[in-house]
Design a protein around this ligand. Structure first.
Ligand code: PMP
Length: 426
Protein backbone atom coordinates (compact mmCIF):
# COMPACT_ATOMS: atom_id res chain seq x y z
CA UNK A 1 0.00 0.00 0.00
CA UNK A 2 1.38 3.41 -0.92
CA UNK A 3 0.40 6.57 0.86
CA UNK A 4 0.49 9.09 -1.99
CA UNK A 5 1.72 12.08 -0.02
CA UNK A 6 4.87 10.23 1.05
CA UNK A 7 5.92 9.48 -2.54
CA UNK A 8 8.84 11.29 -4.11
CA UNK A 9 8.34 13.18 -7.38
CA UNK A 10 9.92 10.32 -9.34
CA UNK A 11 7.75 7.75 -7.64
CA UNK A 12 4.68 9.86 -8.36
CA UNK A 13 5.72 10.18 -11.99
CA UNK A 14 6.00 6.40 -12.32
CA UNK A 15 2.66 5.95 -10.61
CA UNK A 16 1.00 8.44 -12.98
CA UNK A 17 2.51 6.69 -15.99
CA UNK A 18 1.23 3.30 -14.87
CA UNK A 19 -2.23 4.74 -14.16
CA UNK A 20 -2.36 6.49 -17.52
CA UNK A 21 -1.61 3.20 -19.25
CA UNK A 22 -4.48 1.52 -17.44
CA UNK A 23 -6.76 4.48 -18.12
CA UNK A 24 -5.96 4.54 -21.84
CA UNK A 25 -6.52 0.80 -22.14
CA UNK A 26 -10.05 1.28 -20.79
CA UNK A 27 -10.60 4.39 -22.92
CA UNK A 28 -9.70 2.35 -26.01
CA UNK A 29 -12.65 0.05 -25.28
CA UNK A 30 -15.08 2.90 -26.05
CA UNK A 31 -17.29 1.97 -23.13
CA UNK A 32 -20.64 3.49 -22.31
CA UNK A 33 -21.35 2.91 -18.63
CA UNK A 34 -23.97 4.80 -16.66
CA UNK A 35 -23.81 5.31 -12.90
CA UNK A 36 -25.71 8.57 -12.78
CA UNK A 37 -28.96 7.86 -10.99
CA UNK A 38 -30.22 5.58 -8.28
CA UNK A 39 -32.54 3.43 -10.32
CA UNK A 40 -33.32 -0.22 -9.62
CA UNK A 41 -31.92 -2.71 -12.13
CA UNK A 42 -34.24 -4.80 -14.26
CA UNK A 43 -33.73 -7.90 -12.04
CA UNK A 44 -35.19 -5.88 -9.18
CA UNK A 45 -38.19 -4.93 -11.26
CA UNK A 46 -38.67 -8.56 -12.33
CA UNK A 47 -39.24 -9.72 -8.75
CA UNK A 48 -42.39 -7.62 -8.54
CA UNK A 49 -43.85 -8.51 -11.94
CA UNK A 50 -46.38 -10.87 -10.28
CA UNK A 51 -48.11 -7.84 -8.85
CA UNK A 52 -49.33 -7.06 -12.34
CA UNK A 53 -50.92 -10.50 -12.61
CA UNK A 54 -53.47 -9.82 -9.88
CA UNK A 55 -56.79 -10.39 -11.66
CA UNK A 56 -58.78 -7.27 -12.51
CA UNK A 57 -61.82 -8.58 -10.65
CA UNK A 58 -59.78 -8.61 -7.42
CA UNK A 59 -58.93 -4.96 -7.86
CA UNK A 60 -62.48 -3.74 -8.28
CA UNK A 61 -63.70 -3.41 -4.71
CA UNK A 62 -61.89 -2.31 -1.58
CA UNK A 63 -62.71 -3.92 1.76
CA UNK A 64 -65.42 -1.33 2.49
CA UNK A 65 -67.06 -1.93 -0.90
CA UNK A 66 -65.71 1.19 -2.65
CA UNK A 67 -65.63 0.75 -6.42
CA UNK A 68 -61.96 1.38 -7.16
CA UNK A 69 -62.72 1.94 -10.83
CA UNK A 70 -64.72 5.03 -10.04
CA UNK A 71 -63.99 8.51 -8.64
CA UNK A 72 -63.65 9.15 -4.95
CA UNK A 73 -61.62 8.62 -1.79
CA UNK A 74 -59.42 11.69 -1.56
CA UNK A 75 -56.78 10.52 0.88
CA UNK A 76 -56.48 6.81 0.10
CA UNK A 77 -58.23 3.49 0.66
CA UNK A 78 -58.42 2.48 4.34
CA UNK A 79 -56.42 -0.71 3.73
CA UNK A 80 -53.71 1.25 1.89
CA UNK A 81 -53.55 3.73 4.76
CA UNK A 82 -53.24 0.82 7.19
CA UNK A 83 -50.37 -0.71 5.21
CA UNK A 84 -48.38 2.51 5.01
CA UNK A 85 -49.22 3.49 8.57
CA UNK A 86 -47.54 0.26 9.63
CA UNK A 87 -44.53 0.99 7.43
CA UNK A 88 -44.12 4.53 8.75
CA UNK A 89 -45.11 3.66 12.34
CA UNK A 90 -47.92 6.22 12.47
CA UNK A 91 -51.71 6.07 12.83
CA UNK A 92 -53.83 5.48 9.74
CA UNK A 93 -55.51 8.86 10.31
CA UNK A 94 -52.11 10.54 10.08
CA UNK A 95 -51.70 9.40 6.47
CA UNK A 96 -52.52 10.78 3.04
CA UNK A 97 -51.95 8.43 0.12
CA UNK A 98 -50.82 10.31 -2.94
CA UNK A 99 -50.13 9.37 -6.53
CA UNK A 100 -47.08 7.59 -7.84
CA UNK A 101 -44.34 9.89 -6.57
CA UNK A 102 -43.25 11.17 -3.17
CA UNK A 103 -41.18 13.87 -4.86
CA UNK A 104 -44.46 15.09 -6.28
CA UNK A 105 -45.95 15.19 -2.76
CA UNK A 106 -42.94 17.16 -1.50
CA UNK A 107 -43.14 19.56 -4.43
CA UNK A 108 -46.87 20.07 -3.82
CA UNK A 109 -46.26 20.64 -0.12
CA UNK A 110 -43.75 23.39 -0.85
CA UNK A 111 -45.93 24.83 -3.63
CA UNK A 112 -48.94 24.87 -1.27
CA UNK A 113 -46.94 26.70 1.40
CA UNK A 114 -45.72 29.17 -1.22
CA UNK A 115 -49.16 29.97 -2.58
CA UNK A 116 -51.52 29.38 0.36
CA UNK A 117 -49.34 29.43 3.44
CA UNK A 118 -49.24 26.98 6.32
CA UNK A 119 -52.05 27.01 8.91
CA UNK A 120 -53.04 30.66 8.63
CA UNK A 121 -49.54 32.13 8.23
CA UNK A 122 -48.72 34.48 5.34
CA UNK A 123 -47.98 32.44 2.18
CA UNK A 124 -44.25 32.00 1.76
CA UNK A 125 -44.35 33.70 -1.65
CA UNK A 126 -45.62 36.87 0.05
CA UNK A 127 -42.97 36.84 2.76
CA UNK A 128 -39.87 38.87 2.11
CA UNK A 129 -37.49 35.94 2.21
CA UNK A 130 -37.84 32.20 2.57
CA UNK A 131 -34.92 29.95 3.44
CA UNK A 132 -34.43 26.19 3.80
CA UNK A 133 -31.67 24.37 5.60
CA UNK A 134 -30.07 21.79 3.35
CA UNK A 135 -27.92 19.21 5.14
CA UNK A 136 -25.27 18.34 2.57
CA UNK A 137 -24.28 16.25 0.82
CA UNK A 138 -27.96 15.66 0.11
CA UNK A 139 -30.52 14.84 -2.57
CA UNK A 140 -30.25 17.09 -5.61
CA UNK A 141 -33.98 17.00 -6.38
CA UNK A 142 -34.81 18.47 -2.96
CA UNK A 143 -32.45 21.32 -3.71
CA UNK A 144 -33.97 21.75 -7.18
CA UNK A 145 -37.41 22.37 -5.62
CA UNK A 146 -35.95 25.20 -3.50
CA UNK A 147 -34.11 26.64 -6.46
CA UNK A 148 -37.24 26.65 -8.62
CA UNK A 149 -39.25 28.55 -6.01
CA UNK A 150 -36.45 30.99 -5.21
CA UNK A 151 -36.03 29.60 -1.69
CA UNK A 152 -32.56 30.44 -0.39
CA UNK A 153 -30.63 27.35 0.62
CA UNK A 154 -28.35 27.24 3.65
CA UNK A 155 -25.87 24.39 3.60
CA UNK A 156 -25.32 22.55 6.88
CA UNK A 157 -22.78 19.74 7.22
CA UNK A 158 -23.79 16.11 7.51
CA UNK A 159 -22.08 14.17 10.28
CA UNK A 160 -21.91 10.42 10.88
CA UNK A 161 -25.16 10.54 12.91
CA UNK A 162 -27.13 13.15 10.96
CA UNK A 163 -26.97 16.89 10.30
CA UNK A 164 -24.84 19.17 12.47
CA UNK A 165 -27.58 19.86 15.02
CA UNK A 166 -25.76 22.64 16.90
CA UNK A 167 -25.93 24.71 13.73
CA UNK A 168 -29.48 23.62 12.85
CA UNK A 169 -30.75 24.60 16.32
CA UNK A 170 -29.07 28.01 16.19
CA UNK A 171 -30.28 28.75 12.68
CA UNK A 172 -33.96 27.89 13.20
CA UNK A 173 -34.14 29.66 16.56
CA UNK A 174 -32.66 32.86 15.22
CA UNK A 175 -34.17 33.42 11.79
CA UNK A 176 -37.88 33.68 11.02
CA UNK A 177 -37.20 33.33 7.31
CA UNK A 178 -36.09 29.73 7.80
CA UNK A 179 -39.16 27.69 6.95
CA UNK A 180 -37.88 24.21 6.36
CA UNK A 181 -35.16 21.61 6.38
CA UNK A 182 -34.70 18.65 4.04
CA UNK A 183 -33.92 15.35 5.74
CA UNK A 184 -33.37 11.83 4.39
CA UNK A 185 -33.15 10.28 7.84
CA UNK A 186 -32.53 6.65 6.99
CA UNK A 187 -29.79 5.39 4.67
CA UNK A 188 -29.50 8.99 3.52
CA UNK A 189 -29.00 9.99 -0.07
CA UNK A 190 -26.03 9.97 -0.67
CA UNK A 191 -24.17 9.23 2.59
CA UNK A 192 -26.18 6.14 3.56
CA UNK A 193 -26.25 7.19 7.20
CA UNK A 194 -29.17 6.87 9.61
CA UNK A 195 -29.90 9.65 12.07
CA UNK A 196 -29.17 8.72 15.69
CA UNK A 197 -31.88 8.80 18.38
CA UNK A 198 -30.21 11.89 19.80
CA UNK A 199 -30.42 13.70 16.48
CA UNK A 200 -34.10 12.74 16.09
CA UNK A 201 -34.83 14.00 19.61
CA UNK A 202 -33.01 17.25 18.91
CA UNK A 203 -35.09 17.68 15.75
CA UNK A 204 -38.28 17.08 17.72
CA UNK A 205 -37.24 19.63 20.34
CA UNK A 206 -36.40 22.42 17.86
CA UNK A 207 -37.80 25.80 18.81
CA UNK A 208 -38.07 27.54 15.45
CA UNK A 209 -38.66 31.27 15.31
CA UNK A 210 -41.03 30.75 12.34
CA UNK A 211 -44.41 29.29 13.28
CA UNK A 212 -44.66 27.87 9.77
CA UNK A 213 -41.33 26.02 9.96
CA UNK A 214 -41.58 22.37 8.90
CA UNK A 215 -39.19 19.43 8.82
CA UNK A 216 -39.41 17.65 5.45
CA UNK A 217 -38.66 14.08 6.58
CA UNK A 218 -38.15 12.14 3.36
CA UNK A 219 -38.02 8.54 4.52
CA UNK A 220 -37.47 7.25 0.99
CA UNK A 221 -35.28 4.35 2.14
CA UNK A 222 -37.10 3.29 5.31
CA UNK A 223 -37.24 -0.43 4.42
CA UNK A 224 -34.30 -0.58 2.05
CA UNK A 225 -31.85 -2.60 4.13
CA UNK A 226 -28.73 -4.26 2.78
CA UNK A 227 -27.85 -5.99 6.02
CA UNK A 228 -29.50 -8.51 8.35
CA UNK A 229 -28.85 -5.99 11.10
CA UNK A 230 -30.76 -2.99 9.77
CA UNK A 231 -30.24 0.51 11.13
CA UNK A 232 -33.00 1.66 13.47
CA UNK A 233 -34.54 5.11 13.12
CA UNK A 234 -36.44 6.69 15.97
CA UNK A 235 -39.95 7.81 15.03
CA UNK A 236 -39.91 11.58 14.53
CA UNK A 237 -43.67 12.12 14.73
CA UNK A 238 -43.87 10.38 18.11
CA UNK A 239 -40.83 12.35 19.30
CA UNK A 240 -42.39 15.62 18.07
CA UNK A 241 -45.63 14.83 19.93
CA UNK A 242 -43.67 14.17 23.12
CA UNK A 243 -41.85 17.47 22.71
CA UNK A 244 -45.11 19.36 22.17
CA UNK A 245 -44.22 19.97 18.52
CA UNK A 246 -46.59 17.62 16.75
CA UNK A 247 -47.23 19.88 13.77
CA UNK A 248 -43.57 20.41 12.94
CA UNK A 249 -42.92 17.43 10.68
CA UNK A 250 -44.10 16.20 7.28
CA UNK A 251 -43.02 12.63 6.53
CA UNK A 252 -42.82 11.24 3.01
CA UNK A 253 -42.21 7.82 1.48
CA UNK A 254 -43.13 5.75 -1.54
CA UNK A 255 -42.90 2.28 -3.01
CA UNK A 256 -40.85 3.55 -5.95
CA UNK A 257 -37.95 1.35 -4.93
CA UNK A 258 -40.11 -1.36 -3.40
CA UNK A 259 -42.40 -2.05 -6.36
CA UNK A 260 -41.98 0.13 -9.45
CA UNK A 261 -40.45 3.61 -9.81
CA UNK A 262 -43.01 5.70 -11.63
CA UNK A 263 -45.82 3.21 -10.94
CA UNK A 264 -45.68 2.82 -7.18
CA UNK A 265 -47.67 4.44 -4.40
CA UNK A 266 -46.54 7.58 -2.57
CA UNK A 267 -47.56 8.59 0.91
CA UNK A 268 -47.20 11.45 3.35
CA UNK A 269 -47.80 11.42 7.10
CA UNK A 270 -48.18 14.17 9.65
CA UNK A 271 -50.21 15.26 12.68
CA UNK A 272 -53.99 15.01 12.24
CA UNK A 273 -54.09 18.82 12.35
CA UNK A 274 -51.69 19.12 9.42
CA UNK A 275 -53.45 16.31 7.54
CA UNK A 276 -56.85 17.97 7.78
CA UNK A 277 -55.43 21.32 6.74
CA UNK A 278 -53.71 19.74 3.69
CA UNK A 279 -56.91 17.92 2.72
CA UNK A 280 -58.76 21.23 2.48
CA UNK A 281 -56.74 22.22 -0.56
CA UNK A 282 -56.08 18.69 -1.79
CA UNK A 283 -59.80 18.29 -2.36
CA UNK A 284 -59.65 21.17 -4.82
CA UNK A 285 -56.57 19.72 -6.49
CA UNK A 286 -57.90 16.21 -7.14
CA UNK A 287 -60.97 14.02 -6.67
CA UNK A 288 -58.70 11.20 -5.63
CA UNK A 289 -55.62 9.24 -6.64
CA UNK A 290 -55.25 5.84 -8.28
CA UNK A 291 -57.14 3.42 -6.01
CA UNK A 292 -56.55 0.45 -8.33
CA UNK A 293 -52.82 0.76 -7.77
CA UNK A 294 -53.31 1.22 -4.04
CA UNK A 295 -55.36 -1.97 -3.86
CA UNK A 296 -52.86 -3.81 -6.05
CA UNK A 297 -50.10 -2.91 -3.60
CA UNK A 298 -52.20 -3.95 -0.59
CA UNK A 299 -53.15 -7.31 -2.16
CA UNK A 300 -49.55 -7.98 -3.10
CA UNK A 301 -47.73 -6.98 0.09
CA UNK A 302 -50.59 -7.42 2.64
CA UNK A 303 -48.60 -5.99 5.55
CA UNK A 304 -45.20 -4.77 6.68
CA UNK A 305 -43.96 -8.34 6.93
CA UNK A 306 -44.80 -8.79 3.25
CA UNK A 307 -42.85 -5.65 2.39
CA UNK A 308 -39.91 -6.76 4.56
CA UNK A 309 -39.74 -10.18 2.86
CA UNK A 310 -39.90 -8.53 -0.54
CA UNK A 311 -37.11 -6.10 0.39
CA UNK A 312 -34.91 -9.07 1.32
CA UNK A 313 -35.12 -10.13 -2.32
CA UNK A 314 -33.98 -6.66 -3.36
CA UNK A 315 -31.10 -6.87 -0.89
CA UNK A 316 -30.14 -10.25 -2.38
CA UNK A 317 -29.63 -8.53 -5.72
CA UNK A 318 -28.08 -5.31 -4.43
CA UNK A 319 -25.75 -6.50 -1.66
CA UNK A 320 -23.30 -8.26 -4.03
CA UNK A 321 -23.12 -5.07 -6.11
CA UNK A 322 -22.41 -2.88 -3.09
CA UNK A 323 -19.88 -5.42 -1.78
CA UNK A 324 -18.09 -5.50 -5.10
CA UNK A 325 -17.88 -1.71 -5.30
CA UNK A 326 -16.54 -1.52 -1.75
CA UNK A 327 -13.97 -4.26 -2.47
CA UNK A 328 -12.67 -2.50 -5.58
CA UNK A 329 -12.52 0.85 -3.80
CA UNK A 330 -10.54 -0.74 -0.96
CA UNK A 331 -8.24 -2.58 -3.34
CA UNK A 332 -7.53 0.47 -5.50
CA UNK A 333 -7.72 3.33 -3.02
CA UNK A 334 -7.36 1.86 0.47
CA UNK A 335 -4.49 3.25 2.54
CA UNK A 336 -3.46 5.81 -0.09
CA UNK A 337 -4.81 8.84 1.74
CA UNK A 338 -6.66 10.10 -1.34
CA UNK A 339 -10.30 9.15 -0.76
CA UNK A 340 -12.78 8.14 1.91
CA UNK A 341 -16.15 6.52 1.46
CA UNK A 342 -19.04 5.15 3.47
CA UNK A 343 -20.13 1.52 3.86
CA UNK A 344 -23.92 1.80 4.05
CA UNK A 345 -26.25 -0.70 5.67
CA UNK A 346 -28.97 0.20 3.20
CA UNK A 347 -30.24 2.66 0.64
CA UNK A 348 -29.06 3.21 -2.88
CA UNK A 349 -25.73 5.00 -2.74
CA UNK A 350 -22.11 5.05 -1.73
CA UNK A 351 -20.81 8.54 -1.11
CA UNK A 352 -17.12 9.13 -1.78
CA UNK A 353 -14.94 12.08 -0.89
CA UNK A 354 -11.80 12.77 -2.90
CA UNK A 355 -9.03 15.17 -1.88
CA UNK A 356 -10.22 18.80 -2.02
CA UNK A 357 -10.72 20.23 -5.52
CA UNK A 358 -10.62 16.87 -7.31
CA UNK A 359 -14.23 15.69 -7.76
CA UNK A 360 -15.06 17.61 -10.94
CA UNK A 361 -11.82 16.56 -12.58
CA UNK A 362 -12.44 12.92 -11.64
CA UNK A 363 -15.96 13.03 -13.10
CA UNK A 364 -14.65 14.64 -16.30
CA UNK A 365 -11.91 12.06 -16.72
CA UNK A 366 -14.34 9.21 -16.05
CA UNK A 367 -16.78 10.66 -18.59
CA UNK A 368 -14.02 10.77 -21.22
CA UNK A 369 -13.45 7.06 -20.62
CA UNK A 370 -17.16 6.36 -21.06
CA UNK A 371 -18.27 6.30 -17.41
CA UNK A 372 -21.10 8.70 -16.60
CA UNK A 373 -21.22 9.65 -12.91
CA UNK A 374 -23.73 11.85 -11.07
CA UNK A 375 -22.55 15.39 -11.81
CA UNK A 376 -19.89 16.43 -9.29
CA UNK A 377 -21.41 19.10 -7.06
CA UNK A 378 -24.97 17.78 -7.53
CA UNK A 379 -25.10 16.69 -3.90
CA UNK A 380 -24.86 20.34 -2.74
CA UNK A 381 -27.27 23.29 -3.02
CA UNK A 382 -26.95 25.15 -6.33
CA UNK A 383 -24.77 22.28 -7.58
CA UNK A 384 -21.79 23.84 -5.80
CA UNK A 385 -19.72 21.60 -3.57
CA UNK A 386 -17.58 24.13 -1.68
CA UNK A 387 -14.65 21.73 -1.43
CA UNK A 388 -15.29 20.01 -4.79
CA UNK A 389 -14.77 16.59 -3.22
CA UNK A 390 -18.06 14.65 -3.02
CA UNK A 391 -19.11 12.09 -5.59
CA UNK A 392 -22.26 9.98 -5.37
CA UNK A 393 -21.84 6.41 -6.59
CA UNK A 394 -25.06 4.73 -7.69
CA UNK A 395 -24.28 1.00 -7.96
CA UNK A 396 -27.80 -0.42 -8.32
CA UNK A 397 -28.63 -0.09 -12.00
CA UNK A 398 -25.66 -1.41 -14.06
CA UNK A 399 -25.22 -5.16 -14.51
CA UNK A 400 -22.39 -6.57 -12.32
CA UNK A 401 -19.80 -6.83 -15.11
CA UNK A 402 -20.42 -3.25 -16.26
CA UNK A 403 -20.38 -1.98 -12.71
CA UNK A 404 -17.04 -3.69 -12.08
CA UNK A 405 -15.45 -1.95 -15.06
CA UNK A 406 -17.06 1.39 -14.23
CA UNK A 407 -15.77 1.37 -10.63
CA UNK A 408 -12.32 0.28 -11.71
CA UNK A 409 -12.13 3.17 -14.18
CA UNK A 410 -13.54 5.53 -11.56
CA UNK A 411 -10.90 4.42 -9.05
CA UNK A 412 -8.14 4.85 -11.63
CA UNK A 413 -9.40 8.38 -12.32
CA UNK A 414 -9.31 9.22 -8.60
CA UNK A 415 -5.73 7.96 -8.31
CA UNK A 416 -4.66 9.78 -11.44
CA UNK A 417 -6.20 13.12 -10.45
CA UNK A 418 -4.89 12.82 -6.87
CA UNK A 419 -1.37 11.89 -7.94
CA UNK A 420 -1.26 14.85 -10.32
CA UNK A 421 -2.61 17.19 -7.66
CA UNK A 422 -0.02 16.04 -5.11
CA UNK A 423 2.69 16.37 -7.75
CA UNK A 424 1.61 19.99 -8.42
CA UNK A 425 1.79 20.84 -4.72
CA UNK A 426 5.05 18.95 -4.07
N1 PMP B 1 -36.44 10.99 -2.10
C1 PMP B 1 -35.20 10.47 -2.18
C2 PMP B 1 -34.26 10.70 -1.06
C3 PMP B 1 -34.81 9.77 -3.31
O1 PMP B 1 -33.57 9.29 -3.38
C4 PMP B 1 -35.74 9.58 -4.35
C5 PMP B 1 -35.42 8.80 -5.59
N2 PMP B 1 -34.20 8.86 -6.08
C6 PMP B 1 -37.01 10.14 -4.24
C7 PMP B 1 -37.34 10.82 -3.09
C8 PMP B 1 -38.02 10.03 -5.32
O2 PMP B 1 -39.08 9.29 -4.89
P1 PMP B 1 -40.40 9.11 -5.74
O3 PMP B 1 -40.10 8.14 -6.82
O4 PMP B 1 -41.36 8.57 -4.74
O5 PMP B 1 -40.82 10.43 -6.27
Amino acid sequence: MIYYETLSKDELKNEIEALENRYNAFKGQKLKLDMTRGKPCSDQLDICMDMLDIPAKDLRRSADGTDCLNYGVLDGLPEAKALFAEMLEVDANEIIIGGNSSLNLMYDTVARAMSLGITGEIPWSKQEKVKFICPSPGYDRHFAICELFGIEMITVDMRQDGPDMDTVEKLVAGDEAIKGIWCVPKYSNPDGITYSDEVVDRFAALRPKAKDFRIFWDNAYCVHHLSDKPDMLKNILTACKKAGNENMVYMFASTSKISFPGAGVAVMASSTGNISSIKKSLTIQTIGHDKINQLRHVKYFRNLEGITLHMKKHAGILKPKFDMVLEILEEELGGKGIASWNKPNGGYFISLNTLDNCAKEVAKLAQEAGVALTKAGATYPYGKDPLDKNIRIAPTMPPVEELKKAIEIFAICIQLVSAKKIMEIA
